[in-house]
Design a protein around this ligand. Structure first.
Ligand SMILES: N[C@@H](CCC(=O)N[C@@H](CS)C(=O)NCC(=O)O)C(=O)O
Ligand SMILES: [Zn+2]
Ligand SMILES: [Zn+2]
Length: 191
């Protein structure tokens, strides 16, 4: 049987709603769930194959998008949250009991500082932006996927209309490089 990429991808992509303005995320504990309120839809939602992003069990990929950090609040059971790796660029706040990552925050100087990383499958609401692309695809090999399965994995993404990349999409890589260039003193006209 072909491996599951992610439940939000395997059977085709459901488009989100441009008028959707946010909702709540919950961890997967049976009781005393951590609750996060997002006052925004996500942007740049995508599949990520890296080893650090939270994935549902049985899935090869995470689905992760960003929201302005001002749009994120912990509205219940904040005491259950703990940062997975304080040294990582993205400080992923996970539920200590069920392991789900509720939000990832960047505190250091970085092009994506000010944006929090979230997984919209933790919400019951419909309307979240649909995945736009698949990134860090080759990284699944580092977690045990066979190199010979990669053609099939990329073909499955392409069949549902998602482009695959081995880092991020060109638009996001351009943003990162623009930030790096500006930090080095390069000034671009009309930007
Ligand atoms: N091949 C590496 C890639 C890790 C990586 O660079 N992940 C990206 C996408 S989430 C990133 O921005 N990481 C920053 C971080 O995890 O803090 C892995 O799978 O662990
Ligand atoms: Zn939990
Ligand atoms: Zn990732």
């Amino acid at each position: 049987m072909a491996p599951s990429l992610h439940p939000l991808v395997d059977n085709g992509i459901t488009p989100g709603s441009s008028s959707f303005t946010g909702g709540k995320l919950y961890c997967r504990c049976d009781s005393d769930k951590v609750e996060i309120t997002l006052n925004s839809n996500v942007a740049h939602n995508h599949a990520c194959g890296c080893s650090k992003c939270w994935k549902p069990s049985g899935s090869l990929f995470s689905i992760v998008g960003v929201v302005p950090r001002d749009a994120v609040s912990v509205t219940a059971n904040a005491s259950k949250l703990s940062i997975v790796d304080k040294e990582a660029t993205i400080q992923r706040n996970a539920c200590k009991d069920c392991g789900v990552h509720l939000f990832g925050r960047i505190e250091k100087d970085h092009p994506f500082k000010g944006l929090d990383f979230v997984h919209v499958e933790l919400s019951d609401e419909k309307g979240w932006q649909e995945p736009q692309f698949a990134g860090f695809v080759s990284s699944i090999i580092e977690q045990g996927s066979h190199p010979k399965e990669m053609d099939e994995v990329r073909a499955k993404f392409e069949a549902v209309g998602l482009q695959t990349y081995d880092v991020l999409s060109p638009a996001l890589m351009d943003l990162i490089s623009t930030f790096t260039a500006q930090k080095a003193g390069i000034r671009f006209a009309n930007l």
